[in-house]
Design a protein around this ligand. Structure first.
Ligand SMILES: [Zn+2]
Length: 239
């Protein structure tokens, strides 16, 4: 479940803007090998809940930890901004994203309640990637999304195109259908990050056939390794 901008989300957005900050963030030189990993949601507001009770935040956290380990194994620096299990301060988050080579927000997907109520929860599985088209770092963000998607496909994963379905509240423009990359300018984390930024929905938690697989450490490690490989390949060459 993503954090988006809309009438129903105004209160939540106000909170997110408090967390992620407004455009007075640090604009220091980019550390070309440093990745900021954001764990979507919080302990107290865990995001989507799977049909078996799995909390999205717990999966996001598990994946973040696996991704942090994998990025370090690729020789990259990592800032895990929820390392203490709760959001870092405003100042810490904005400062971190301002210096990063890439800001990656980790989520696991749900579907609209009406879609679930209609018994369609098994119709979609797989990952989705989102980048903002309105940021100055759009080209790098899209390049990294493509690199990550190719690595996920190389281990047998496939994109979910749920968010491109022509229903109200979805219908997100696809930047690359084959690679499952959507444009979503109003996502709070993509709007406010000061670096190239993307959001990954690792899988569809709301699908009862996917919940246990997504919760397994084996899946998290394998997918995180693929994402880390994709990240390393999309970064500029070391000076
Ligand atoms: Zn989410």
């Amino acid at each position: 479940m993503k954090q988006l901008v809309g009438r129903k989300q105004m209160l939540a957005l106000a909170g997110l803007l408090c967390l992620y900050g407004l455009p007075n963030a640090s604009r220091g030189r980019q550390e070309t090998r440093q990745i900021v990993v954001d764990t979507g949601h919080t302990m107290g507001n865990p995001g989507a809940i799977g049909p078996g009770g799995t909390r999205e935040f717990d999966l996001n956290r598990q994946f973040t930890i696996a991704l942090t380990k994998a990025l370090k194994a690729e020789g990259l620096g990592v800032i895990d901004i929820a390392a203490q299990g709760s959001p870092a301060s405003l100042q810490a988050r904005t400062k971190a994203s301002g210096k990063a080579a890439l800001f990656v927000s980790i989520h696991h997907d749900s579907m609209q309640q009406a879609w679930l109520d209609a018994g369609r929860s098994r119709e979609f599985s797989g990952y989705a990637l989102f980048v903002s088209g309105s940021k100055p770092h759009y080209a790098r963000s899209l390049d990294c999304a493509r690199s990550i998607s190719r690595k996920l496909q190389a281990i047998g994963e496939h994109p979910s195109l749920y968010h491109a379905t022509p229903v109200e509240g979805e219908n997100r423009p696809l930047l690359d259908r084959r690679l499952g990359i959507h444009r979503f300018d109003n996502l709070a984390v993509l709007q406010t990050a000061e670096s190239p930024a993307l959001l990954i929905e690792v899988g569809v938690l709301a699908n009862p056939d996917q919940e246990a697989r997504l919760a397994s450490q084996q899946f998290a490690d394998k997918a995180a390794n693929a994402v880390a490989h994709g990240v390393r390949q999309c970064l500029p060459a070391e000076p």
